[in-house]
Design a protein around this ligand. Structure first.
Ligand code: ADP
Length: 300
């Protein structure tokens, strides 16, 4: 059975179209990543699926329940971690958790085993006000609160935004463990490097799904040879690359430019062209594309 089915969802805020006919489905037990930059429509999609907002058009179901008709039922069986910190800043860690447990008619004690792995890490600070926690600790508390009523489907909206790289890695480790317990997880992120940890990813931009597939297939479908280009004069390289008549795409990626060529161009010819433009130490290397490269090409 599909845990989530979305069919042609549209949502606008005035003239801004946040969702522009989105359709997809998520299998039960899947870890499904919704990957895209700020403003792509991720939060809007999550708000519709968690029954906090009505779409203008289209339909969506969570575990077979309709987001409009059956919203009460859905609220009982989902966990939601919104993008912005959602906890009560002036309640303590323990008070926040107890509050969320009570709202869902359960207790911390009853479902402690579900959150033990995660909550144990912040339990030593259980009397600290939530507003005084570090980013990584807030994230763990928010996840504990979203899990305390044993949800079947977990919606995590940009849970790692603004969190340090070590905590981000640790957080994904926790998600993989939750997945092993059979919980379906939809997680959104602007960090393309997190995509490889998902079963499937949807690349999203301007309210549209550009591609849905396993991270490996997304990368293997990259339709061109990708080149990493460097020179001793990096500051002039982008302009010169764009003047080369056979360059199809060129984007700055860390310490190099990632480039694809049109027919008629070749790495050797490009190198000769750059040398002739006064570049020295030109290095051109064919590389494997990343999810970010795929996104750049699809969204161009
Ligand atoms: P994301 O979560 O991917 O950053 P959002 O769903 O928050 O994307 O936003 C999608 C688009 O809708 C953006 O252009 C954003 O500025 C706009 N938007 C979101 N919420 C509102 C709102 N409450 N009022 C007006 N525009 C909004």
């Amino acid at each position: 059975m599909s845990a989530v089915i979305v069919d042609q969802l549209y949502k606008s805020y005035g003239k801004t179209r946040a969702l522009n006919g989105v359709s997809f489905s998520v299998d039960e037990g899947e870890l499904y990543g919704i990957i895209g930059p700020d403003g792509a429509g991720k939060s809007t999609l999550f708000r519709v699926l968690t029954t906090l907002m009505l779409a203008d058009k289209g339909q969506a179901q969570v575990m077979g329940y309709d987001v409009v008709k059956d919203y009460r039922k859905i609220r009982d069986i989902i966990g939601y971690m919104p993008g912005k910190f959602s906890l009560y800043q002036d309640l303590t860690v323990e008070e926040n958790l107890r509050f969320f447990a009570t709202v869902f008619n359960t207790t911390i004690e009853e479902n402690y085993h579900l959150i033990a792995d995660i909550y144990k890490q912040i339990e030593p600070f259980k009397h600290r006000k939530a507003g005084k926690l570090s980013g990584g600790m807030k994230q763990k508390l928010a996840l504990s609160c979203a899990l305390i009523h044993k949800p079947k489907v977990l919606f995590l909206d940009e849970p790692t935004t603004g969190v340090d790289p070590v905590s981000r890695k640790e957080f994904w480790g926790m998600l993989l463990k939750l997945k092993r317990q059979g919980i379906t997880i939809l997680v959104s992120t602007p960090y393309m490097d997190e995509a490889s940890l998902c079963d499937r990813i949807a690349l999203v931009q301007a309210g549209e799904f550009l591609q849905v597939d396993t991270p490996r297939s997304v990368v293997s479908r990259y339709p061109a040879t990708l080149l990493a280009v460097r020179s001793g004069k990096m500051h002039r390289l982008l302009g010169d690359l764009r003047d080369y008549p056979h360059v199809n795409t060129s984007f700055s990626f860390g310490t190099a430019f990632h480039v694809t060529l049109r027919e008629g161009g070749s790495p050797d010819d490009l190198k000769a062209y750059l040398m002739q433009k006064g570049h020295s130490d030109v290095a051109i290397q064919a590389i494997l594309p990343s999810v970010e490269d795929c996104f750049m090409l699809l969204s161009k």
